[in-house]
Each structure stands twice: as C-alpha cells, then as structure tokens.
Design a protein around this ligand. Structure first.
Ligand code: PGA
Length: 260
C-alpha cells in the first residue's frame, strides 16, 4: 500500500496512508515479515499487542494471511499492553475476550505463548505479578515490536497523564476521560473499572520497534500534541519523541493537524 506522506516529523518517522484500511494492511505486512524472518532463523517473534478499535483491522489482515497464505503463528509470543482491574478473564469486556475474538481464536498461536495481564489476581499479589510480567518479556529477549494506539488523554497502554518515563508494569488508576470513552462497552461509566494493569512507559521504551497507529480526525489533536508538544508527563505519548525505533502510522484524518 502506498503512503501519501512518508517523512520525519520533529524527528519521528510518520507514514500517512489514504485510509485506515490501507494503513492497517501495511502494518500487518510488517508484522508478517517480522514473523517470517524470525522463523527463517529459528527464532520467536515477540510481539507487544494492543486492544481497542485501532488495531482491529491489522488483526483482521493477519487472520486473512493465516487462512489464505499460510502465515503461521507457531513461532509467535505475545504480550498485551494492559487489562482492566479488576476484571475476570471470562468477562466479555476483558481484553482476554477481545484478543480471542479479534486474533487468537483464528490463528495457530500456542496458548502458552500468549500473555495478557491478569485482572483477576488479588491486590496484594499485583506487585509481584507485574514484576514477573516484566521478567517474562526479558526472558524472551525483549519485545521485537510493540503496537500502540493513543487515547484522548495521550495515554499509551494505560499510562495516563502523570506516568513517568521509567515506569514499568503496574496497577494504575484510569483517567475519567478514558473511563468515559470506555463507557459504551460497559453499559455506562459506573460499570467501567477504575483501575488497570498496564505495561509502563519504560517497558514500551525497551521494545526494538514501536508502531503507534491512529485513525480519524478525532485523533488529530492528540497526534499533533504527541509529535509537537514539549515532552511532558501530562501527555505520556510525547515520551515517544525520545525513544528509538518509533514510527507513527496514520490515516489522512489523524494527520489533518500536522504541518508537513
Ligand atoms: P482506541 O483506543 O483504539 O479504541 O481508539 C486507543 C487507546 O485508548 O489507546
């Protein structure tokens, strides 16, 4: 798929595609190439995955590639960014359910290679659990690729305003803007969990490559801030300006506020 714009913007490579569909296909192709190149040398591809509306078409395309082109996920290990807390993995709003529905149930990934923060563990066990989550990523040699969406607060994962650049996987309080945006899926804001377990900004920073995706004009303001604002804890996505291996993939709508 052809980019409309492919340029650095304040030091971050930005690729703009005609629409979300073309952009998603390009990201899926990148992931497929990574999986195949790792397979060719007998290694695992370690993917950091995101939930939300943004990556759905990427996952659709990966499923298509699996079904129609024989792309295998047998050498793929995944770590999801986050999960609501508290949250039963069997609940329909859980990110476990989301990932099964949108990817894992449709490809040949091994159950033991899938990692999603467990929103059902006791609160006193959370710190040790989060440390173990970090350690597992390290044991696999780190994330080869981290996919990110961006929330209206500028969060990446559930690293809300106030998150520090060295933060690791931990329990966090959700911003009210984020809870409002999630309300429809929970039949009202009162049912949206107040907390989440999320990989930290520092966890994401260690990924060898990071692709932040954003679609539509309602993301244009926060995309502009992420790329142009001074680096600030008030907009955690601004931390990405300093990370290595970051790329932003946008559709035309999400790029409308950028001055190329
Ligand atoms: P969305 O959420 O993909 O549903 O827009 C992105 C985010 O909150 O990180």
């Amino acid at each position: 798929m052809k980019t409309v714009i492919n340029k650095e913007y304040n030091g971050t490579p930005v690729r703009v595609y005609n629409n979300q569909h073309e952009a998603s296909i390009a990201v899926a192709q990148h992931i497929a190439d990574l999986i195949k190149s790792k397979k060719a040398v007998g290694e695992k591809a370690v993917l950091g995955l995101a939930t939300g509306a943004t990556p759905v078409e990427v996952y659709n395309e990966l499923i298509r590639m699996h079904k129609e082109e024989g792309l295998s996920f047998q050498n793929v290990v995944t770590f999801n960014l986050d999960e609501y807390y508290p949250m039963e993995p069997t609940a329909k709003q859980s990110y476990v359910a989301f990932m099964r529905q949108h990817l894992f149930d449709h490809v040949d990934i091994a159950e033991e290679h899938v990692h999603i923060p467990d929103g059902s563990i006791a609160e006193e066990d959370v710190p040790a659990y989060c440390e173990a989550y970090e350690q597992k990523i390290t044991n696999y040699g780190g994330l080869d690729l981290q996919l990110l969406g961006i929330g209206r607060t500028g969060h990446v994962g559930f690293n809300e305003p106030g998150s520090t650049p060295d933060s690791l996987t931990r329990l966090v309080k959700l911003n009210e803007v984020t809870r409002t945006d999630a309300a429809a899926g929970f039949e009202g804001i009162a049912n949206v969990p107040t907390h989440a377990i999320t990989m930290g900004v520092g966890t994401i920073a260690k990924a060898k490559k990071i692709i932040l995706m954003a679609w539509g004009e309602n993301k244009a303001d926060i995309v502009q801030k992420a790329l142009e604002s001074d680096i600030t804890t008030e907009i955690p996505a601004t931390y990405l300006q300093e990370f290595d291996g970051v790329e932003m993939v946008l559709d035309k709508g999400a790029a409308t506020k950028l001055k190329f």
